[in-house]
Design a protein around this ligand. Sequence first.
Ligand SMILES: NC(=O)C1=CN([C@@H]2O[C@H](COP(=O)(O)OP(=O)(O)OC[C@H]3O[C@@H](n4cnc5c(N)ncnc54)[C@H](O)[C@@H]3O)[C@@H](O)[C@H]2O)[C@@H](O)CC1
Ligand SMILES: Nc1ncnc2c1ncn2[C@@H]1O[C@H](COP(=O)(O)OP(=O)(O)O)[C@@H](O)[C@H]1O
Ligand SMILES: [K+]
Length: 511
Amino acid sequence: MTAEKSRKNAALLTPEEMAAADRLTIAAGVPGIVLMERAGQAVARAALKLGAPGGAVLVLCGPGNNGGDGFIAARCLAAAGYRVETRLLKAAEALKGDALEAFGRMDMAALPLLKDDRIADDAAEALTRADLIIDALFGAGLDRPLQGGAAELVEAVNRSGKPLLAVDLPSGLNGADGAVPGVAIKARATVTFFRQKPGHLLYPGRALCGEITVADIGIEASVFDQIAPDTFINGPDLWLEAWPRPDPAGHKYSRGHVIVFGGPVTATGAARLSAGAALRAGAGLVTLASPPDAVMVNACHLTAVMLKKLAGVEAIADLLADRRLNAVLIGPGFGVGDKTRAAVTEILKAGRATVLDADALTSFATCPDALFAAIKDNPEPVILTPHDGEFARLFPGLEGGKLCRARNAAAKSGAVVVLKGPDTVIAAPDGRTAINRNAPPWLATAGSGDVLAGIAAGLLAQGVPGFEAASQAVWLHGEAGREAGPGLSAEDLASALKPAIRTLVEKTGQG
Ligand SMILES: NC(=O)C1=CN([C@@H]2O[C@H](COP(=O)(O)OP(=O)(O)OC[C@H]3O[C@@H](n4cnc5c(N)ncnc54)[C@H](O)[C@@H]3O)[C@@H](O)[C@H]2O)[C@@H](O)CC1
Ligand SMILES: Nc1ncnc2c1ncn2[C@@H]1O[C@H](COP(=O)(O)OP(=O)(O)O)[C@@H](O)[C@H]1O
Ligand SMILES: [K+]
């Protein structure tokens, strides 16, 4: 598969982009009702998989095309022998276009159809009877919080405790950013079409989707010629082409040399975690630059990672005169304050691929613009890896959804921003973003972020561009978390990178 095709597989579409894909497909000769038939049939197939053969299915339909998918699914499930009831949120007269056509295709004799504005009360009995509920109330067209009868219905559905299958998106969830502005359906499973939306991957929305199926409804990838999505699922489809391939005839220096700046004697562990991870990520050499008082404790703990005594900020320029030190990491355990700001400024002046984490970020809380100016003067990529707290300190004016915050922060700072968490977002200054989904919750443990920063530095040292290095690092960190499993501590992560790295090496044909 070509890199271009893989990237298209990794694309995430906003509701607007999805509507454009729909329009382009219709313009190319596939009628909208045909797309809706395929969508509704995919929903019916997913319902069959959820079990209760021949059982009672309640299909809740909204006023738009999401409801249209529900009508088709209702017809298909009735034909498959299920006892199907539908409820329409608005009077049938309000339906139009493909949804009206789909409504007309239902066999009215077989399907008791009730329409009632006091729908929550009206639906109460049907909810009790149902073995499965299909949520076709609102999908990509949600444009405001659910209120009134719709909100009451959603709450009643969630209270029912019945298995719930959502069509496209759990109703109430914003597909663009995963926000839930009011109430929303909590689904056991969700069927979406063609490609996922950011809201399927971002919290809190992600927690409402259950198991997600992406159904092919006949929209061709050629629509990407006109819709150029810039948001992707983070994974090898997005960046395998950029995975570093060591020269078979090369040597350790041709795999890059990372320098990690370590902290004082009372806080040496973080930088060592980073350094070990940089080595595992494939850097040929890693050196830890240690303040004099911490040299002994570092020396007692380091083996493959090399150690260098660094007298102070004044010594940084001399150290970085060695151009073989081609990637720098500073922040973990380094300490917050003037000295850190001076060190970071000196490092950025030296023009190296750089990862700034933890204390290196917090130290600029009082003067973020000075940091952004220094980043923009550095010709090499810079990656910032804040968690939410560090992000808020460095980008106090940026609010809104995680995707939008990370994207604005990258544009503002000129750096690749890795906004960490269970749904880490990686954003490049050119507007590309990736959303990560493979991180297990047990990665939330002290020192885990230090390891992530180290992996990123190790990849930068091997010449991987900033956005790809950051995305690869976040994905590998997630894979390592899964490999190490529950009960992990940050020390376990570096060695747990090996199976994921092996898989990537094999995929790139180097194995
Ligand atoms: N775009 C595509 O490629 C396809 C879309 N399909 C379906 O079409 C859906 C999108 O259809 P629509 O654009 O009609 O959107 P929806 O069916 O999601 O909802 C639109 C309607 O709901 C109203 N509405 C929005 N938020 C509301 C709120 N909070 N309270 C009350 N009313 C509200 C709008 O005014 C509008 O009347 C998708 O989610 C999907 O299920 C499928 O039929 C297959 C193809
Ligand atoms: N609930 C979660 N699920 C998965 N990963 C998480 C979760 N919470 C945090 N993480 C990940 O754990 C790491 C924690 O990093 P950080 O907050 O910097 O911690 P530390 O400074 O202790 O290393 C980040 O990579 C983050 O994405
Ligand atoms: K829905």
